[in-house]
Design a protein around this ligand. Structure first.
Ligand code: PMV
Length: 315
């Protein structure tokens, strides 16, 4: 009998360019120190199943659960002609779903890697990206692919839909604060809302898309130098533009006001917005205490360094 295979992949934060990246801009993303682990083993029940926490489902069932992962499992079972070899897929995640921290992409990436290896193949990063995208498209409609790319590679990437990802190096280790508002949201609805804004104000939107590219290139330089103050300034500019396109919410504004003050350089939405999470750049001496002061109200608040490992095999 085939032995169990486990892989894990990190969630991500987007530092600049979310939404505009869907319309062709550059964006910057980084892996975070919160991961998803996926284990694949032979099924004892005669059918393939998938489970996470208390939730479970048959892969053949159309109950709306685990849609991206099921799409990937079905495709791989078909591609590898493994219909008579049912599997049990177990997901263990420390990334809240719907938080804007890339839990869905990390599930798709770790799932694809673990299942292909279980069926006797190690696929290239390019094929892994394509397979994980195939799953994500079922859920998000028109994803740029930045979440998946960041989850595969870890580290920090400068990403563009047409040209792909380039690694960004930092001289100093840069850490940022991450705060989940607790407000879940749907990426696809927010992406559709932004597309309506683009259609209503095409010239304005084109300029914002260009601006997101300039911010991303400037941020790349700030990261190269480890200049946290400039990183924060760029976050504030990006946040203003995200507010203009209507993806900020009162709960996001409240957190941004709460983290603003002595020693904080800037804060913004990370990911699709509409709730979800924010990131904050602050003086290294105050970052941990700032984040600790938020945990009572926002339990998913943490500090992450931007040098996280991407996809990896687990024992
Ligand atoms: O789903 P999130 O919150 O990780 O956001 C994804 C980033 C977007 O730019 C809004 C969509 C995309 O596919 O790039």
């Amino acid at each position: 009998m085939t032995a169990a295979v486990s892989a894990s992949a990190p969630g991500k934060i987007i530092l600049t360019g979310e939404h505009f990246v869907v319309h062709g801009s550059y964006a910057v993303a980084a892996g975070i120190n919160r991961r998803v682990r996926v284990t694949v083993k032979p099924s004892k029940n005669g059918f393939s199943s998938i489970a996470s926490g208390k939730d479970s489902s048959k892969v053949a069932s159309e109950d709306g659960k685990f849609r991206a992962a099921k799409t990937i499992i079905r495709k791989l079972v078909q591609d590898y002609e493994q219909n008579s070899n049912p599997i049990e897929v177990q997901i263990d995640s420390d990334i809240p779903a719907g938080s804007g921290l890339g839990s869905s992409a990390a599930v798709s990436v770790a799932c694809t890697a673990a299942i292909t290896k279980y069926f006797g193949n190690i696929v290239s990063s390019k094929d892994l990206f394509a397979l994980a995208m195939f799953g994500e498209k079922q859920v998000h409609g028109n994803p740029s692919g930045i979440d998946i790319e960041a989850s595969i590679s870890g580290g920090i990437i400068l990403f563009n839909k047409s040209t792909g990802a380039k690694t960004i190096k930092t001289q100093n280790r840069v850490s940022l604060g991450v705060i989940y508002s607790g407000e879940k949201r749907s990426t696809s609805l927010l992406v559709a809302k932004v597309a309506r804004q683009r259609d209503a104000h095409p010239n304005f939107f084109r300029n914002l898309t260009k601006s997101a590219s300039y911010q991303s290139l400037e941020l790349t330089d700030a990261l190269n130098r480890g200049d946290v103050e400039r990183i924060g300034t760029l976050f504030n500019i990006a946040q203003t533009e995200l507010e203009w396109i209507g993806v900020s919410t009162p709960s996001i504004q409240k957190i941004i006001e709460r983290v603003s003050g002595e020693g904080t350089y800037g804060a913004k939405i990370t990911g699709a917005g509409g709730g979800g999470s924010i990131i904050v750049a602050a003086k290294p001496q105050i970052l941990s205490s700032l984040i600790n002061s938020l945990i009572a109200n926002y339990p998913h608040s943490f500090v992450t360094q931007l040098n996280q490992e991407g996809l990896r095999w687990e024992p």
